[in-house]
Design a protein around this ligand. Sequence first.
Ligand SMILES: C[S@@+](CC[C@H](N)C(=O)[O-])C[C@H]1O[C@@H](n2cnc3c(N)ncnc32)[C@H](O)[C@@H]1O
Ligand SMILES: [Zn+2]
Length: 385
Amino acid sequence: MNGEDVIAEGAARILLSWRGQSVFYNPVGSFTRTLGVLVLAAEAELKGRSLAIADVMCASGVRGIRYFLESGAVDSVHFNDVSAGAAKVCRKNVEINQMENFSEISQERANAFLGRFYSDGTRYDMVDIDPYGSFARYIDNAVAAVKSGGVLAATATDLAPLCRRGRRSAFRKYGSYSLDVDFCHELAARILVKSVVEACGRKDLVATPLLTVYSDHYVRTYARIVKGRERFPHRRIHFLHVCPRCRNIWTLGVNETPPGSTSCTCSSPSLVAGPLWIGLLHSDEFLEKMKGQLGLLEVSSLRRVSRYMSCFTAENHLPPYFFDVHKTADRLDRVTPSIDSVINSLRSKGFDASRTHFNPTGVKTSAPYEEFAETLRTPNPSQIA
Ligand SMILES: C[S@@+](CC[C@H](N)C(=O)[O-])C[C@H]1O[C@@H](n2cnc3c(N)ncnc32)[C@H](O)[C@@H]1O
Ligand SMILES: [Zn+2]
């Protein structure tokens, strides 16, 4: 096509440049877009109707186009991007995928685009924000553009301050302190969910996560947004405490935590992260609806998506952190056992335990750290990986 290459992702055929203008495209993001297709199909099934969505940072438009073509659940997409080049390429992609009658394209700053709806009353069944880095500067306008009962989808790729470096920048952007711990990606996800819940609270809205995913260096959460202030989930926002000496982990409600750290049972002062979301990261009911839509997907993506979906269900009701089998075995100077054998061993002692999608070597368990560590200190022969 005029020397420009068309690429295929799912059912979409996409140009990445058109008449000298090019757009951002990350093939690794295909997995998140595939999960988005399932989210929309599940949502339309729950609503019993098709949906109007806003793809607020659309770049090539691949996300909105795939949602439209593959979910069978979308009747209109409003594409937007601040870049003139993106708007131009997206327009061409809309034409290639024969979506002209089902879409609108704008070229505005996200906050101007979203803020306009605040005054004119337009609301979407799903608002999708997919920025470079943090969603913090868009989140207030984004939640306000979602219909009551609709879905906000928000991605953050700025995981460095939320994970290893920059407690201060995590606080500046999200109003929470991070910690350098083995489960830092889950911590990041829980800080991000808290910031969505908090943004909703400011607007007398309540957010409930439907699905929260860490993958390929980003976190993406889908949250149901409804009107009302009475059901604001105060009790699901806690500080998380880690004992640097005995590695105990516990959480305390924001109201229950005195300023600074508290003491562990070993009497060491704790390291503190948060405030963060300690409620469920996924809705069990919504996960089941998504699983019912797996038939929509191409065979090539089915295996990875199914594996993640099983993990989401298994991990959902376990504590808001996990232990890393490899790192713990290294610290204890023990041979690394297989993940499944650790899980079986914990279950045989009466604890709940599961893999987690946050880390292939992670184990979520209701057991305290010491019990977990004990399964690595005294493995039975079948536990060795
Ligand atoms: C990570 S890319 C989006 C990728 C796309 N959603 C996808 O799935 O392929 C971020 C996009 O946001 C756009 N952008 C950056 N700042 C923006 C702003 N303030 N308002 C609207 N768009 C913005 C960029 O031009 C870029 O196309
Ligand atoms: Zn301790």
